[in-house]
Design a protein around this ligand. Structure first.
Ligand code: RNT
Ligand code: ZN
Length: 417
C-alpha cells in the first residue's frame, strides 16, 4: 500500500512535467464502464434446460476445470472477478443465460426469466446489457436464422428478437440504466453462394420486423454486429460489414464493431472515427483474433492501445465498450480480470497522453516531434498510476490478483468437477 502511494506520487511528478493531470485522468477513467461478457464464464454454453452450446461458427476450445454450470455459480464467479477489477463495470448477458426452472422456447422468454440477474445487478449497482441468442438451437442448425428461406423459421427468430428487445427495455427501466441490446446472427453459407442478394433482402425484411416497435432510448438501444466469416460459413456471411453499416446508418441504430470480425490486417481502431461521422453512438466488442476470429483474451497490445486512444479522442460517451472472447484453456475468472484490466490500462494510457499537443504538432506537420513524443510516453510509469487506481477501489494491485484467483479456484471452482 505504502509503496503504491510512493510510486504514484513519483509518477504524478513525471506526468506533470508534460502538463498532464493524473488525478483528472483517473477521474475520467472511473466514469468509463466496461461491459463484461457473461459467456467467458461457461464457454458460451448457457443455462437452457434443453440442448444449447455454441455452433453458428463460433467455438470455445479448452477444458480448464471449474466452468460455471448454473446461474448461481456464474454469479459467484462474477462477484469474485468484480472484486479484482477496479472502476465502472457492467454485465453483458445472452438470452441463453436465463434463470428458469423449466425449458422455455426462445420466442417465449420474458423478463421474469432474468429477474435473478436484475437482482444481482442491483446488488452490484451495475448496468446490464443483452443479446438475443441466434445460435446453439435446432432452428439455427442450417446456420440460417433471420435470413432462412423458410418463412416460419424466420418468424420464430423475429419473435425471439422482439422478446429480447422487450426484456432489454424492462431491464433498463428497472435498473435505471440503459441496456444495450446487440444483435448478431450466424447466417451464412459454407460454399459458393449464388443468391447473396436474396439472403440479404430476407435479412433486411426480418430486421425491419424485429426493430419495428419504437422502444424508449432511455431504457434500451439496439446495436447490430457484422462479421467476415465463421467456421462452416466461410464463403458468405449475410450480415457483412457493408450490410450492417448501411443498415445502422439508415435506421439510426448503434453499429457494433468486433475487433475479430475483419480481414487480418484490417483494424477497428480506424473505423471508429469514420462511423461516428454518421452515427451518434457505437458499440465495441473488444476481442483478439489470432489468425482468425479466435476470441483470445485481450492483450495490452498495439491495437488495444489504438482502440482506446480513438475512444478517448472521439469522446468516450459515444462508444460503449463490451468485451467478447472466450478462452477455456485458462482460469475463466482470470480471463475476465486480465482482459478487463488491460482495456482499462489502455484507456488510462490514452487519457495520460498530451492529446492537444500531439494534435497541434500533426496539424503543423511536426511529425518528427509527434513521433518522438508518442514513443517517449510509452516509457512513462503507467503501471504506477493503474496500481493506484486499483488501490482507490480496494482491488489488488499488480499481479496479486492471481493469488486470490488461485485461492478461489482451489476452494470453489476445482470442487465443481
Ligand atoms: C460472434 C460474435 C458474437 C458472439 C457473442 C457470443 O462472432 O462476436 O458477438 O461472440 O454474441
Ligand atoms: Zn462479437
Amino acid at each position: 500500500m505504502k509503496h503504491i502511494e510512493k510510486n504514484f506520487k513519483l509518477a504524478c511528478e513525471q506526468y506533470a512535467q508534460w502538463g498532464i493531470d493524473v488525478e483528472k485522468a483517473l477521474a475520467a477513467l472511473a466514469t468509463i464502464p466496461i461491459s463484461l461478457h457473461c459467456w467467458q464464464g461457461d464457454d458460451v454454453n448457457g443455462f437452457e434446460k434443453h440442448a444449447g452450446g455454441t455452433s453458428g461458427g463460433i467455438l470455445s476450445t479448452g477444458n480448464y476445470p471449474g466452468r460455471a454450470r448454473n446461474p448461481e455459480e456464474l454469479r459467484n464467479d462474477l462477484d469474485q472477478a468484480f472484486r479484482l477489477i477496479p472502476g465502472a463495470k457492467r454485465l453483458n448477458l445472452h438470452a441463453i443465460y436465463l434463470d428458469a426452472d423449466k425449458a422455455v422456447e426462445r420466442n417465449k422468454i420474458e423478463v421474469c426469466h432474468f429477474q435473478s440477474w436484475i437482482d444481482w445487478a442491483k446488488q452490484q449497482q451495475c448496468g446490464l446489457d443483452f443479446n438475443p441468442t441466434f445460435f446453439g438451437h435446432p432452428k439455427a442448425a442450417d446456420n440460417l436464422t433471420l435470413a432462412h428461406p423458410d418463412k416460419k423459421i424466420r418468424q420464430y427468430w423475429i419473435e425471439h428478437g422482439i422478446a429480447c428487445r422487450k426484456i432489454s427495455a424492462a431491464i433498463g427501466k428497472e435498473l435505471g440504466k440503459c441496456c444495450i441490446m446487440n444483435t448478431w446472427i450466424p447466417d451464412g453459407f459454407k460454399d459458393v453462394t449464388v443468391d447473396r442478394a436474396g439472403a440479404r433482402m430476407r435479412l433486411m425484411e426480418s430486421l425491419d420486423a424485429l426493430f419495428a416497435e419504437k422502444l424508449p432510448a432511455k431504457y434500451m438501444r439496439d446495436a447490430v454486429e457484422s462479421k467476415l466469416f465463421g467456421i462452416g460459413v466461410e464463403s458468405c456471411t449475410v450480415g457483412s460489414s457493408e450490410f450492417y453499416l448501411a443498415y445502422a446508418v439508415k435506421n439510426n441504430l448503434l453499429l457494433c464493431l468486433d475487433s475479430g470480425h475483419f480481414h487480418p490486417t484490417e483494424v477497428i481502431s480506424d473505423k471508429i472515427s469514420s462511423v461516428l461521422c454518421f452515427l451518434d453512438e457505437i458499440l465495441l466488442h473488444v476481442s483478439r483474433p489470432v489468425r482468425w476470429d479466435s476470441d483470445h483474451v485481450v492483450l495490452f497490445d498495439d491495437e488495444l492501445q489504438a482502440i482506446a486512444a480513438e475512444i478517448v479522442r472521439n469522446g468516450a460517451r459515444k462508444v460503449h465498450i463490451g468485451l467478447d472472447y472466450f478462452d477455456a484453456t485458462i482460469n475463466r475468472l482470470a480471463a475476465w480480470t486480465i482482459g478487463t484490466r488491460n482495456m482499462q490500462k489502455a484507456l488510462l494510457s490514452a487519457l495520460l497522453q498530451p492529446g492537444k499537443e500531439l494534435a497541434a504538432l500533426e496539424k503543423k506537420f511536426g511529425n518528427t516531434r509527434k513521433l518522438a513524443l508518442l514513443e517517449e510516453f510509452k516509457q512513462l510509469p503507467l503501471g504506477a498510476v493503474y496500481d493506484y487506481f486499483c488501490a482507490q477501489y480496494n482491488v489488488p494491485a499488480g499481479i496479486s490478483f492471481m493469488d486470490e484467483i488461485e485461492c478461489y479456484e482451489k476452494e470453489v471452482q476445482f470442487k465443481r468437477r
